[in-house]
Write a protein that binds this ligand. Structure first.
Ligand code: CMP
Length: 147
């Protein structure tokens, strides 16, 4: 039991074969992986997930990056899951992470401020929205599409 957060291994993390190592770091840090899915985002889903960034100049690139290959989404549980997972992944910019947080996951497998290997919810309210997105709404949306 504890707080829940959404963790995602982005396309560069999955294609770079970092999934197992990241999951090992997650478990080692005391999180429980309570749900896990391998999926592929389409443009519509990636745009909806990152809606809060839709006015940013990097948004079109973010959407094409996030749809470029499969992602692994997980629900992590731990006492302070939201802030502890953000701490473990390190700063958004992977190059800065390599200097300031050398043991972080983005230092390990991120490339830059966009291709930063992993995602983590930034608050308990985003965690709730993002967990519902992947483990409730998105599932329904995928099933509807197949009909
Ligand atoms: P994430 O933590 O998933 O949240 C928003 C994402 O937008 C971020 O990781 C990056 O992948 C991307 N992003 C954030 N800032 C920039 C930026 N300055 N340039 C390009 N991409 C960015």
């Amino acid at each position: 039991v504890g707080q829940r957060t959404l963790a995602m291994i982005k396309p560069d993390g999955v294609s770079g074969n970092y999934t197992e190592e990241i999951k090992r770091l997650i478990v080692e840090a005391g999180f429980n992986i309570v749900k896990e899915r391998l999926t592929q985002l389409e443009k519509e889903a990636a745009s909806a997930f990152y809606d809060e960034h839709s006015s940013r100049s990097f948004f079109p690139h973010l959407v094409s990056y996030m749809t470029s290959g499969p992602v692994v989404v997980m629900v992590l549980e731990k006492g302070d899951a939201v802030s502890d997972w953000r701490g473990l992944i390190g700063p958004t910019d992977s190059q800065k992470a390599k200097i300031s947080h050398p043991h972080s996951i983005r230092a390990l497998c991120g490339k830059d401020s966009q291709r930063n290997c992993v995602h983590g919810s930034d608050s308990t309210s985003s965690a709730e929205r993002e967990i519902n997105f992947f483990f409730k709404d998105f599932l329904g949306w995928m099933l509807n599409k197949q009909n």
